[in-house]
Design a protein around this ligand. Structure first.
Ligand SMILES: [Zn+2]
Length: 203
């Protein structure tokens, strides 16, 4: 447990209220009542400067568009993407840059249902083989995929469990990073059908 100081409390307060406003944005998205048009007029208005308050670290999946999902305007959100939100060096470096240079206090790790990267890892574990086309990813996702299969009943779809394990793993990895000290890292899952974002508990 890190030492609580007035400034760390303020940081967490800021991160928590940022998280709440992202979830409110998701509520508008789900309700079909977005606040931001994100057209050229909005782009030009936002062009002089940026003051993003959060980073969404999500999958490369074309169906997951963070700015829409959280109903954010230009300049409000940084987005880092790797397949299966695997925290490789460039991704972690981008998050560290966001914290150090742009003062971001919140990272949301956003997984999604029916993730192709997670499914590739599950298939590889089932077949006990590494597909050379997705070698690095399968290697990185092997642990949550095999744990999910182990913990699933016969005939049960292991994908939702593997996804949540990978979200928690990514959150745990980022939370240990020295250069992200003081940054609140939370996990969440995006439902492709309803548009709903649900927070994932730590354990
Ligand atoms: Zn995915």
């Amino acid at each position: 447990m890190p030492e609580l100081t007035a400034s760390s409390l303020m940081e967490h307060h800021r991160a928590a209220s940022t998280l709440l406003s992202l979830l409110e944005g998701n509520g508008r998205f789900v309700a079909g009542e977005p606040r931001y048009k994100r057209d050229i007029v909005a782009a030009r208005d936002a062009a002089p400067d940026q003051t993003p308050s959060a980073v969404v670290f999500t999958c490369i999946d074309s169906r997951v568009t963070a700015e829409s999902v959280f109903d954010c305007d230009f300049g409000q959100l940084l987005v880092v993407r790797t397949a299966g939100h695997v925290p490789d060096r460039a991704a972690v470096g981008s998050l560290e840059f966001a914290a150090a240079e742009l003062g971001v206090s919140l990272v949301v790790v956003l997984g999604h249902e029916r993730c192709g990267a997670i499914n590739a890892a599950l298939n590889a574990v089932e077949a006990d083989t590494h597909d050379p086309r997705s070698g690095y990813l399968v290697e990185q996702l092997w642990q949550p995929a095999s744990q999910a299969i182990e913990e699933s009943a016969e005939g049960e779809d292991a994908a939702p469990k593997a996804l949540r394990l990978q979200v928690r793993r990514t959150v745990a990895d980022l939370s240990r990073r020295e250069h992200l000290d003081g940054v609140l890292v939370v996990g969440a899952v995006y439902d492709l059908d309803t548009g709903q974002v649900t927070l994932v508990d730590e354990d």
